[in-house]
Design a protein around this ligand. Structure first.
Ligand SMILES: NC(=O)c1ccc[n+]([C@@H]2O[C@H](COP(=O)([O-])OP(=O)(O)OC[C@H]3O[C@@H](n4cnc5c(N)ncnc54)[C@H](O)[C@@H]3O)[C@@H](O)[C@H]2O)c1
Length: 303
């Protein structure tokens, strides 16, 4: 049985929809996706997590649980250390005690501002979010070495697709454009990101459940590297609407580029096709995202 920690979130829910599994999630503001087999709980609650693992005959944990919004981490870093570092070490502890295999989901942001990072690149995170993710990765590798835990690290690039919280760049741009509002763009908008469609990430991680080797790191780039302005241009074409850009002051420590190489071989959904599916999903699922527009972030609208 696979346990999907953080499976009520964006990528975790896409992964959980691929197989018969159990979801374990503390249902934060970002955990909004239901699942027929959902256990509510915090990954930091080691005793409860261990009980759920044992009672359900779990033999693989795929850990997506994390605080994930870089802007929130800049305003308030401690929850990122608590959920992303202590949370990951708690999952590792349960894997160690129960003998479970663990796939830990990290991010391309751990490499920092770098072009073409392969899996052996040094970690040079720039934000509290990416520093917390890099710290967790180091714990995973330490648990493999010290305790022989059967664990590996997966580092996807920027994901987009259905069921992503409106505070993230692409849903925010889609929703604001649908509402005739401007889309805020940091700095000069020329920061480049590598985009991967969430269903591609989910199926690649599923492949690694059986094929991934203990102690290895696997980059999962989407292979579609564009600047934020180029992304909005393509999105406008896909939506058949003008995307109104509003330049705002840059994010502190903002990385100019994320781009990775990978030792795996695969193809991904073309960016336009993924964006077309994403836009359609947001058009057809207003009831999912409209209530989330109420979420506040340090007194501001978060989207
Ligand atoms: N979205 C991206 O572009 C992207 C890219 C690369 C890597 N990642 C990583 O993938 C993972 C999933 O990202 P996402 O975008 O789906 O995030 P998300 O914010 O949509 O979902 C995170 C989920 O984790 C849950 N969670 C948070 N803290 C928890 C805790 N202490 N215990 C139990 N559950 C907890 C939340 O309730 C939520 O359901 C994260 O680890 C993230 O760092 C995301």
């Amino acid at each position: 049985m696979i346990l999907v920690t953080g499976g009520a979130g964006f990528i975790g829910s896409a992964f959980a929809s691929l197989t018969d599994c159990l979801v374990y999630d503390s249902l934060t503001y970002a955990g909004r996706n239901s699942h027929p087999r959902l256990a509510r709980g915090d990954v930091r609650d080691v005793r409860n997590l261990e009980r759920v693992v044992r009672e359900n005959g779990v033999d693989v944990i795929v850990n997506f649980a994390a605080e994930t919004h870089v802007d929130r981490s800049i305003v308030d870093p401690l929850p990122f250390v608590e959920n992303n570092v202590l949370g990951a070490v708690s999952v590792l502890e349960v894997a160690r005690r129960t003998g479970c295999r663990l796939l830990h989901v990290s991010t391309d942001e751990v490499y920092g501002d770098v072009e073409g990072a392969d899996e052996s690149y040094p970690l040079k995170p720039s934000s509290p979010y990416s520093a917390s993710k890099a710290s967790a990765d180091l714990f995973v590798l330490a648990y493999v070495r010290t305790y022989g835990v059967d664990a590996l690290v997966v580092r996807p690039s920027n994901n987009y697709g259905p069921r992503q919280h409106p505070e993230k760049f692409i849903p925010k741009a889609i929703i604001r454009t649908l509402m005739g509002m401007e889309v805020p763009v940091y700095g000069d908008g020329r920061q480049r990101r590598d985009w991967i469609y969430v269903e591609d990430t989910a199926s690649l991680i599923m492949r690694l459940v059986s094929e991934g080797e203990k102690g290895q790191v696997y980059n999962l780039p989407g292979g579609h590297v564009v600047s934020n302005l180029e992304l909005l241009q393509i999105l406008g074409e896909v939506m058949g609407r003008e995307v109104k850009v509003k330049f705002v002051g840059d994010r502190p420590g903002h990385d100019r580029v994320y781009s990775m190489r990978t030792k795996l071989r695969y193809t991904t959904t073309p960016l336009r096709e993924g964006l077309r599916r994403t836009v359609n999903w947001y058009l057809e699922n207003r009831a999912w995202w409209e209530p989330l527009l109420e979420d506040r972030f340090v007194g501001e609208v978060s989207w």
